[in-house]
Design a protein around this ligand. Structure first.
Ligand SMILES: NC(=O)c1ccc[n+]([C@@H]2O[C@H](COP(=O)([O-])OP(=O)(O)OC[C@H]3O[C@@H](n4cnc5c(N)ncnc54)[C@H](OP(=O)(O)O)[C@@H]3O)[C@@H](O)[C@H]2O)c1
Length: 240
């Protein structure tokens, strides 16, 4: 993609109108990014069909709709890719999952273009199947919400123990940031680093006996991810 091909249109209909002029074919996109709400796809996609050729890669970030949904509405023309970025993409630290049709695999050149586009907002991972994409979405797609929920819970617990709001917030943020940077800075696992800070019979172990007990984090996250995956399957129903 070249900079001179980056053109802004006020509305989709302006864009479509401009394409009616054959001379503007040079502006036909290599990659068409679809980022409208999932419930709009049936209404909007027929418009896109007119500007999708066999050269186009149609990249959708809309959650929930499976590749077959786009194939039905767009036909055999474009190469289809689903992407599931997460919100830290807004600051270049996102994780994006990618999947293309298993039955008509993406050409290497197109795959490189899509990877490079999504890597511009963080890192990206190609999934082997749409089912893997849905399962992985429960981790990286929804994951920022889990992290924010844990931060909220820790802040609240610290306040209930008598810390001020400011102290609870600062200590929570900085402890998270420090611990994750520490984890990323060496080759040891999270379990190694947890054990390092947990003296037998000590204060940390007292807290972990709750967090890692039978109804603790492991079981909570297993249930949470299962529930999210089931929800993803509901959205994949043919009527969706
Ligand atoms: N936010 C996330 O963390 C996240 C993560 C993964 C996937 N997604 C998916 O990303 C998509 C966008 O999410 P969002 O949070 O950015 O939603 P959003 O802020 O509501 O953005 C929706 C976009 O769709 C545009 N749009 C509406 N009607 C259109 C039409 N007829 N033709 C073309 N474009 C139209 C809107 O344009 P106007 O502003 O001009 O109305 C707007 O830019 C959704 O499908 C969502 O499922 C979001």
């Amino acid at each position: 993609m070249h900079d001179e091909r980056v053109v802004h249109f006020a509305t989709l209909s302006d864009f479509l109108k401009s394409l009616e002029d054959k001379s503007s074919k040079e502006f036909w996109p290599d990659i068409l990014v679809y980022a409208a709400k999932p419930h709009m796809t049936s209404r909007i996609l027929p418009d896109y069909k007119n500007i999708c050729t066999s050269q186009t890669t149609f990249l959708t970030v809309a959650a929930g709709k499976g590749l077959s949904h786009y194939q039905e509405l767009l036909g055999e023309g474009p190469a289809l890719v689903r992407a599931m970025p997460n919100t830290p993409s807004a600051i270049g630290k996102g994780v994006s999952l990618l999947i293309s049709s298993v039955t008509s695999p993406l050409a290497q050149e197109k795959k490189k273009q899509v990877t490079s586009l999504m890597d511009s907002v963080g890192s990206s991972y190609w999934c082997a199947s749409e089912d893997e994409f849905d399962r992985a979405t429960t981790l990286s797609g929804c994951g920022p919400a889990y992290v924010f929920a844990i931060v909220e819970a820790l802040e609240e617990a610290a306040r209930s123990l008598g810390l001020s709001q400011e102290m609870a917030q600062n200590l929570t943020y900085e402890t998270f940031q420090g611990a994750l940077s520490y984890l990323a800075s060496n080759n040891r696992t999270a379990a190694d680093l947890r054990e390092e800070v947990t003296s037998p019979g000590g204060v940390t172990q007292a807290a972990l006996s709750i967090l890692q007990g039978t109804e603790g984090l492991n079981s909570l996250f297993c249930n949470a991810l299962q529930k999210a995956y089931q929800r993803a399957l509901d959205f994949r129903e043919p009527s969706s």
